[in-house]
Design a protein around this ligand. Structure first.
Ligand code: ADP
Ligand code: ADP
Ligand code: ADP
Length: 213
């Protein structure tokens, strides 16, 4: 399957995607994770992306479309994929359609992680991540076995620099202004499935499975 996950910051996209990946054996491309890796490695791409990310604004369409175009060439992404955090603008959605058209394929389903803004502050400020895998934890809702330590690798967890109340505000603004129109873009194609992303993780997983069955 060719899937897109859309939802505001903290809506649970990163939490659900490994489960979808294991079940459907797909490639998982998270533009946020790829950009953070580029920033950490101080690559030219990372240097260009950092300022926008620190402010909670979107990185330019050209940069992220370039990353996705490159990543989609991987052999593991030929039969299907999960795009997590991309497309985030209508221009990105159009470019993706063009990319897929050339290969004679298209997006099968868009999972819309619908949730009220009010819930997101607690989710974002309590989030801890394992940077190299992208795994996320939450101090209250999904605590690691040992505080501050990844369950799988035992490596330290970190808090994202942009997971503050102030930066969350601009990320939500960007979501409403630039990303919500993308949901409408796919509504018109009739491929959106709405999820109740405010429910507990297991219930969201069940809704994901129902939407994909
Ligand atoms: P979240 O966990 O808030 O959904 P991500 O990890 O997906 O956030 O993204 C973090 C930051 O990376 C965004 O605030 C934005 O600056 C940048 N980013 C990620 N994906 C995109 C994209 N498709 N287009 C533009 N900027 C992006
Ligand atoms: P996104 O990738 O959409 O930004 P995450 O999956 O990283 O969001 O989730 C944000 C935070 O909320 C994480 O700390 C995660 O552990 C927690 N979380 C994810 N899904 C749920 C849920 N259904 N209920 C409560 N907390 C959740
Ligand atoms: P459900 O029947 O699964 O509860 P709803 O139809 O109530 O789903 O919609 C769930 C979410 O999807 C809501 O948050 C709503 O804002 C959003 N939504 C529904 N229809 C549209 C649309 N045409 N365009 C954009 N967003 C929509």
């Amino acid at each position: 399957k060719r899937l897109i996950l859309i939802g505001p910051p903290g809506s649970g996209k990163g939490t659900q995607s490994p489960l979808i990946k294991d079940e459907y054996c797909l490639c998982h491309l998270a533009t946020g994770d790829m950009l953070r890796a580029a920033v950490a490695a101080k690559t030219p791409l990372g240097v260009k992306a950092k300022e926008a990310m620190d402010k909670g604004e979107l990185v330019s369409d050209d940069l992220v479309v370039g990353i996705i175009d490159e990543a989609m060439k991987k052999p593991s992404c030929q039969k299907g994929f999960i795009l997590d955090g991309f497309p985030r603008t209508v221009v990105q959605a159009q470019k993706l359609d063009e990319m897929l058209e050339k290969k004679g394929t298209k997006v099968d389903k868009v999972l819309n992680f619908a949730i009220d803004d009010a819930i997101l502050e607690e989710r974002i400020t309590g989030r801890w991540i394992h940077p190299s895998s992208g795994r996320s934890y939450h101090t209250k809702f999904a605590p690691p076995k040992v505080p501050g330590v990844d369950d799988v690798t035992r490596e330290p967890l970190i808090q994202r620099k942009d997971d503050t109340v102030e930066v969350l505000k601009s990320r939500l603004e960007a979501f409403h202004r630039q990303t919500e129109p993308v949901i409408d873009y796919y509504y018109k194609k009739g491929i959106v499935a709405n999820l109740h992303a405010d429910k507990p993780p297991k219930e969201v997983t069940a809704e994901v499975q129902k939407a994909l069955s």
